[in-house]
Structure formats: C-alpha cells, structure tokens
Write a new protein. Sequence first.
Length: 478
Amino acid sequence: MMWMHLSIYALLPVLLLCSPVPSGLTREELAFALCNNQTRPCSNHGICVTARPESLDAFECRCEEGFEGLRCERRVNYCTQGDTEFCFNDGKCIHDQDKGTACRCLEGFGGDRCDREFDLCAPDENYCQNGGSCALNKCSCLEGFKGSHCEVVMPASANSTNFEGNVQSQSSSWWGILVSGCVFVLIITFLVAMIITGRKRYSTRDQPGLIRLFGTDLKTATCPAVHDTSKEGSDQGLSNSNLGLDTILKAVCTNKTKVVKEALVFTRNWCKTNHQEFAPFVNAIDSSGLTPLIRAVLFNNIAVVHELLATEECDVYATNNRGQNALMVAAQANLSTNHIVRMLLTYMLQHPLNAEQKSPRNKADYTRIEVSCRTSLDFRVCTDVFGRSPMHYAAMNGNQSLIGELVIQGFNVNARCNFDETPIYYAIREGHYAVVKMLIDLGAKHKMSNASGFTPQQIAERYGCPDILEAADVHATN
C-alpha cells in the first residue's frame, strides 16, 4: 500500500483502523478520503482541502478567521501580531485561548477594539458625583472630593488644596508684606509667652480643658477645624466651668490611646463632681460634624474606638455633615481590617436607636420595628445624604470581607441609593470583577435600570468592562 507523506503522523493509525483507504489512490482521492473521514481533521470549522503540490501533506486545513495552526486548533493572538496595537485609544489587549482576543477599554471608549468614543457627560447627569461638573469626559470636583467621579471624600485638612491635590501657593507679592509685618509680631509674642511661662506653673487640674495629658498639650492638638464649643457649653451650664466641651475631641485628635483614656477618666470624674452630664463631652462635634468616635474611626485606631464605646454613652448614631454615622464612615474609609466595623455593629445591636430620643442627630426621626435578632438593626439609620448604605461603599472599594460582614447582619445587596443604583453599579464602575460575582451569588439583581435609565450591562460597556457580568457567570434571570 502506497501512502503519501503526512506531517500529522498520529492521525494515520486512526484512519487506517476506522476507515481503511484502498491502495492505488491518487493524491486528490487520498485527501478526499482523509477530509471526509469521521475524525474531521480540521478543528473549529476549518475546511479540509487537498494540499498544495509543493506540500508533503495530502491535505491541509483552511482556517476560519481568528484561528490558526495545522488543524486550526489555536486561536489567533492578535495582541502579539503586527506593528500596530490591536486595541485603539490605549485599550488593554487580553488574549484567552477559550474566548479569543478582546480589548478592555479605558473609560469613555467602547467597541470590540475600543474604537468608539462615548460622551460620558451628556447622557448621564450623575456621572460626576457630589456636585462635580463634567467636561471632556472628565470631572472637576468640588473642594473636599476627589476621584474620577468625585466619589471619594477627602479627610478634612487645615490646608487648602486644589483639585490636583497640591497645596495652593500664595502669591509672591503677599510675602513681602507678611514677612515685614509678622516678624515683629512673632518676636513680641514669643517674649510675652516666655514671661508668662516663667511666672506661672499650672497643674493639670488648674488648666481649663485639660491642657496637658501624658505630656501632650491639647491646645496644640492637630484636630482640623475644631470649632469653639463654648456656646454648646453654655447650653449645658458649663459657661463658668474650667473644662472645655471639646476636651475629649482634642484628645482623640492626638491619636494617642493613653491621652484619650486619661481624658475620659478625668472628664467623667469632673462631671460627677460638678453634677454635669458626661454625654455632651464624649459626643462633642467639630465644624465638620465629626465626633470623637468618627475621628477615631478615620484614624483606624481600634483601641480608641473601644475606649469610647466602653463609656456606654457614645452616640454611635451621630452623623457628620454628609449624614454618615461611624459605621458609614468606616465603610467608606475602607479600613485595613473589619475589626472596627464589627465593634460598631455589635454596639448598635446592643444599643438600638431610641424612638423617644430627644433631638436626634440624624436627618429624620426613626421608629424602630422589632424583628428577628439577625435583622434587629434599623437600616434606615445607615444611609447618608446620597442614599448610600455601607454596602454601596464596600462594593465601591472592592471590599469582599466587609460585604460578607454586612450580609451576615442583614444588609441588603439590592439597596438603592438616591440615584436608584444598587451596590452592583458601584462595583462595575470600579471594575471589581470578584465583587460583582460575589454580589450576584448573594442575590444581587442585574436586570434593572437606574434613575437615568441605564442597566448594569450598559454601565459596564461604558466603563470599558463589557464582560464583567459574563465573567461573573450570569446565566440565571433575576
């Protein structure tokens, strides 16, 4: 039996056993027999034809577009072919042997090769959050916010900063005036301070507002925007006292646990001696609406948070100027661990908001609805002025462990903010593939629209990750 040479030797035994070819066949007849054999030598819909005369093979495969190899068994990797980039507009080229070559587009671009540009400003009025303005597909944020959508709240700072985060420099013309006038004032102030210090030695209890604790001068505590609480002190009958209402707040701003503990002990003892309420001290607020507890959360100081909660008079429901309580602040700050979140949740479950509480700090009076132990927390106190819940911020930050903590306590993965967006919208915008899959596994819906009429899939396409829902294995309808 005479056979023409084939480069795929492994195929011959199978063909001989399963479909013997008679001897004396021509090259074309042999190729026809091999191509029409049940083994179908060409993969991925390739067409089997007679090989070219110069080839040693009896047959060859003509591959469909996107496939290559002797038997069309490989997908073409367009990422490494040619001198030009496969993906336009700085899109990222990704090759997968199962799915082929695809482009992950930058924000504002779409299409198979990122060749389509979207106007992100026009169709979505909520593209820039927190009052930011949109122009040329970019957000200009108001002071105090940053991020590609102005979604990140910047910590309060004593320095004024511009949108790029650089401290605004004063005009050089001012320095000539300031230097000449201020040097003399500073010298006089220093001399007066030295004279006063030499004449008086104050003890801790003699100085208003606990001037020194563990060697720390609370008057110089770097607590941004701590305002004068004397008016609040007058309301509490403290106008003639020798203890500042912001003593504990200033102690927390030192971020020193020993200083805070000493301030708490001293203040509580002073309140007992002078028949004053302790709660106004431990819940004092600064000009940003930040309490000692919220400050401690922003510092991620677990020990100080524990000390404040241990007073049993800490107002864990007090909110800042954005309507965020300590739990909300912890979720948005994306702390390194969930220890503080667990402490706050435990405290809130043990100290439910009292419907009869006078002048609550939150935006509305809430009536508690007693339900099962697992969902005894009133979730309405856990939304800010934007309608976002801790779950929204956990999804935005890609914090899977925090999402798990919140789900255990009964937080809703389908909660909607003021823009009718659930947490899955926030995870999609940030490209958190694993979080999207986790939310869907937990029952998050993905076939709905936000206030602007956009579905999660449309948001995914606009933000350059059209496969994010497919990657989450979304097959079931919900």
